[in-house]
Design a protein around this ligand. Sequence first.
Ligand code: OGA
Ligand code: NI
Length: 363
Amino acid sequence: MNRELDHLVPMDFKNADQVPDTHTWVDSPCINSSSSDESVPLIDLEDLQAVEKIKMACENWGVFQVINHGIPVALFAEIENQARRFFALPREQKLLTLRSPGSPTGYGIIPISRVFNSLMWMEGFTMSGSPMEIVRRVWPQDYSPFCTAIDDYQEKLMGLAVKITSLIFKSLGLSDEDVEWFNPKSTEAFLHLNSYPKCPDPTRALGMVAHTDSSLITLLYQSNTDRGLQVIGPNHNWVDVEPISDAIVVNVSDLLQITSNGRFKSVTHRAIVSEAHHRISIPFFFGPKIDVNISSPLKLINDGDFSMYRPISWKEYREIKGVHFDKALEAVRFNNSVVIEKDNAQTTGNEASLGDNVEALKV
Ligand code: OGA
Ligand code: NI
């Protein structure tokens, strides 16, 4: 199998009794994982102080968990159940739904995997919109329980993501006019089902490499197994994000770091694997329509100061992320000669900066 395919097709994890060299990470995080007594903030969305708490969490952590979010627990159970049903299929069947390069929907290894030499101990099913056309290949008659659960989940999560985004904007003191590029009725999302099979030697493997998400925010449901998701906390060490059965994890992602002009940091996170449990996680990557330009409102830029990042659409940012990975936010920074003139609300030096960045992309 060639390298390109290697990086799309997951191995057969069933009956794997050792971690092959292809999946070995020399500095596997299970070894250097420090146990921390800090924990990710937990916020009750019905709390009258929710906005204030969200602000603190976004500033200090870039991640929080929410409860009282209005998503029925039964829906989590159902989508997890459908995800497990899919991943339990024989490998040949799952491969019938293999995602083709460039397509958002289908089975495979997540795209960031291309950047690394070692492979991650995971398999995924990604989609944007309905997966019906593709899952019919494995369940010609019986696709509806899977598709119904996915449709229902995407619809509910879209509502919740809009709500949390507006609370976050409120916490930054932004009005609708300040973020006119954000139209709550016209948004975009990508839903992933991640499967982390039991691993015979978690000290040599890695579920998902450390990264930040490119969306505005990410809402992640994780199965109530054991530890798996970890984030870099305020003290710069890895902290476990405890699974809480009716909570959703909310990540500040790259586009929100751009919007907030760097006040809210996109959280670095990763997933480790377990010998005892097959873990499922379901991130919902949310943002405005992918071709809408996002920029930091003037309100968040001190007079005479700089906008840290140039205006950019999610679509273009994803492409840059595909090339630059963890340097993508750096790649879209305005060079420091770009001063925001509040009076005429124009940026100067814009073109030069764009040119520089386009050059950088060709590297
Ligand atoms: C992701 C991700 C973490 C997890 O899919 O972007 O960070 O716990 N997943 O699966
Ligand atoms: Ni992520």
